[in-house]
Design a protein around this ligand. Structure first.
Ligand code: BDP
Length: 717
């Protein structure tokens, strides 16, 4: 009996100790094993002097204390006065004594309100290290950045860092429903336990806020864009207020989605017409009611007249009428409206890719100052690869914010290892040419191209209540990378992968090098085994799990994969050139020209813009059919290679995470083959050609693949 008990106790202790590793994300604070580095840190940090006294500064000090204890093994005393040398001094600008303030003035001049300074100085002839900013949240950002330097084993001897975020709104969009299901969520249920709120504060809320603050995320939209008006009732606002109180010290603002028809559904009005005085008044009062509870409420995110959601067009008004009415309601309190440009209509079957631009571009300059239009990275829908959205750069007088999808709706759910910062970087670096060479999407987003004051980046969250937050241990890197890119859209994805691996797993170069390489290549792998050469939206329908290029029976044409690949006897691809739908004309002339002819169009986007014959010659001399088949095979091979790399990583990783990733890669390998075989068998019906040498023969028939059904695939309502 005793021994059974003992085994049980042992198992549960070791389980929770290991499970914690997953849970701790990139904030592991592992003991530093390199003795040279550890002693450098110990010599330079002999005490902590904390000058602040707010809740936030308390959090910052505790983080430093714990981080240093974890990494160096010694608990430092927290002092409030600077006496000896080699202190780590933390405090906001105003909390520093006047001499220190003066010494750092030039650095303070460089940073914004949210920026931070980490600086080695000599103060009264004593060496000190100061972490400061204009307010306590900025100091907290500085602390997390300092701890990252330590976690990645960087030298802290002569630091002089002054860094500010390049965008204002760095926000997660949670597509979380009030019943705790998460639309397109693959990591369990929603973190928000509405049932127990407002009285029960789950530790997870705090840990969530802390993780976000550590990467500079400063906002969260708590609810699904397919909104439920109930969130705006007092019963729920009380719960929202409780969450806001938890998030506030971490610098996270709360936003909600506003269902356009809320005045009818919860306000008993007969209409939600945005120019109706009663409706205008209702929203004004609602805003006042929210701000009374939550004075720093961020504002609303709105999906209107898109995929069946109500909106101003239901009343013969347009997006400008709708957005500006809401903007007026929140303006007195400093709120913003994030109005989504993700619209397409079943009444325009010509080309879905053109619709957002066609609808929104003419509104340029018409939105109120506190409206920012939220545009998905590509014109269709978060595909493994899309050319950048033509709206970027095309609305100079309107602030546009980026919407990325961190959750992997179209990229293998939380089962496939895909490092998304590589995708994000590709989009951000794209040159729109709207104001000549160098007019990158990043410059549109950070406001430097057109001097927009309001800027932002949103990421559709991949977080749920799974023990490891994101379902796949490597999906944590996508949350991390999103935050880092929202802070600085010019960061290189390789740097991000490097940081994340060191903070999350190990600083051992023998681990970092191959695994980083695996992460960097993982994005191209998924493109290859799902949608190579510009193919898109050929996932099975509804849940988007697995291949479904044959689907053609849905009521709306643009919901069918056949609409997107247009495979026939003559070839494959969507002709968006001048000879086709002319979607290319939505880009600046230079880009239009590039995309408009198959020969100049980047091959990675070929079938996005062109319908080409099966015998079309690719740049490598292959026919399109052979090239396509080989790409699918390459994707499968790449996953095999990822497995090899991971198997070599065993000795650097704890067994729990090692095994999790190993099992997931095994599924990814199976699913990559499924994708290859199903797509090639299907397209082969049209090409009528044999598979080229080097491509493995499918082991199942097309009929078999078509027969697979997944009524309970997650994330699909
Ligand atoms: C699509 C998703 C759908 C979302 C929609 C959106 O399939 O669940 O509601 O985007 O962004 O990708 O509004």
């Amino acid at each position: 009996m005793t021994s059974v008990k003992f085994v049980f106790l042992f198992l549960s202790i070791s389980f929770s100790a290991l499970a914690q590793k997953d849970y701790k994300l990139w904030l592991q604070y592992n003991r530093i094993t390199n003795s040279t580095i550890a002693s450098e840190y110990k010599n330079n940090i002999q005490g902590i002097v904390s000058l602040g006294n707010s809740e936030t500064s308390g959090i910052a000090v505790k983080e430093l204390e714990n981080g240093i204890a974890g990494m160096l093994g010694n608990k430092l005393e927290i002092k409030t006065e600077i006496k000896r040398e080699n202190n780590l001094i933390i405090g906001s600008q105003l909390s520093l004594n006047p001499d220190l303030q003066k010494a750092l003035q030039a650095d303070f001049d460089k940073i914004s309100n949210e920026g931070f300074i980490i600086k080695s100085i000599s103060f009264k002839n004593k060496k000190q290290l100061v972490i400061s900013g204009k307010n306590d949240v900025a100091v907290l950002y500085g602390v997390f950045n300092f701890l990252r330097l330590m976690q990645t084993n960087k030298s802290i001897k002569n630091l002089s860092i002054a860094d500010s975020p390049k965008t204002n709104i760095r926000i997660l969009n949670h597509w979380d429903n009030l019943d705790r299901t998460v639309e397109r969520g693959y990591a369990g249920f929603s973190l928000w336990n509405w049932q127990k709120l407002p009285d029960f504060t789950d530790q997870r809320y705090i840990d969530y806020a802390r993780a976000n603050a550590s990467i500079g995320i400063n906002g969260a939209v708590l609810t699904n864009v397919n909104a439920n008006a109930l969130i705006l009732t007092p019963q729920y606002l009380e719960k929202v207020e409780a969450l806001t109180n938890v998030f506030r010290p971490y610098g996270i603002k709360v936003y909600l989605t506003a269902r356009f028809s809320a005045p009818i559904e919860i306000g008993n009005l007969k209409t939600a017409d945005p120019i109706d005085p009663e409706v205008i008044n209702w929203w004004k009062n609602k805003a006042a009611e929210i701000y009374k509870r939550i004075p720093d409420f961020g504002g609303f995110l709105v999906k209107a007249n898109s995929e069946g959601q109500p909106g101003p067009q239901n009343y013969g008004r347009d997006h400008v009428d709708g957005a500006n009415m809401l903007a007026d309601a929140v303006a007195p309190f400093g709120g913003v409206i994030m109005w989504r440009a993700f619209v397409y209509s079943e009444h325009d079957a010509n080309d879905r890719a053109k619709q957002a631009y066609a609808e929104f571009q003419p509104y340029d300059g018409k939105f109120k100052e506190n409206v920012i239009v939220q545009v998905k990275n590509g014109a269709i829908d978060f595909q493994p690869r899309e050319p950048f959205h033509p709206l970027f750069g095309a609305m100079p007088k309107t602030p546009l914010m980026m919407e990325f999808q961190i959750t992997q709706e179209y990229l293998g759910f939380s089962t496939h290892l895909v490092f998304l910062p590589k995708l994000f970087q590709e989009v951000l670096e794209s040159d729109t040419y709207q104001k000549g060479k160098g007019s990158t999407v990043a410059k549109v987003i950070d406001g430097t191209l057109y001097q927009n004051k309001l800027t932002g980046i949103a990421g559709v969250s991949n977080i749920g209540n799974d023990l490891n937050w994101t379902g796949h241990p490597f999906a944590q890197a996508n949350w991390y990378g999103f935050g880092r890119l929202a802070w600085n859209p010019y960061l290189d994805s390789e740097t991000i992968a490097d940081e994340w691996l060191r903070c999350t797993f190990s600083n051992d170069e023998n681990f970092i090098k191959p695994v980083k390489n695996m992460m960097i290549n993982s994005r191209e792998a998924v493109v290859n085994y799902m949608t190579p050469l510009g193919l898109h939206h050929i996932m099975d329908t509804g849940h988007h799990y697995g291949p479904g290029p044959w689907v053609s029976n849905l009521s709306r044409p643009e919901w069918n994969p056949v609409y997107y690949h247009k495979a026939d006897k003559n070839g494959i691809g969507f002709d968006r050139s001048k000879l086709g739908t002319n979607a290319t004309s939505q880009y600046a002339p230079k880009i239009e020209k590039l995309f408009d002819t198959a020969e100049t169009c980047p091959e990675k986007d070929l079938l996005w813009f062109h319908h080409v014959s099966w015998d079309y010659k690719l740049k490598n001399g292959q026919t399109l059919w052979n090239g396509l088949a080989l790409k699918y095979q390459e994707g499968v091979n790449q996953v095999k290679e990822m497995q090899n790399v991971w198997n070599q990583a065993e000795k650097y990783v704890d067994s729990e995470r090692f095994n999790e990733v190993k099992m997931l890669l095994e599924i990814q390998q199976k699913e990559a083959k499924w994708w290859r075989d199903a797509c090639l068998l299907y397209f082969q019906q049209f090409s009528g050609k044999e598979l080229p040498a080097g491509v493995e023969k499918p082991t199942q028939t097309l009929e078999y693949f078509k027969s697979l059904k997944f009524p309970f695939a997650p994330g699909n309502g």
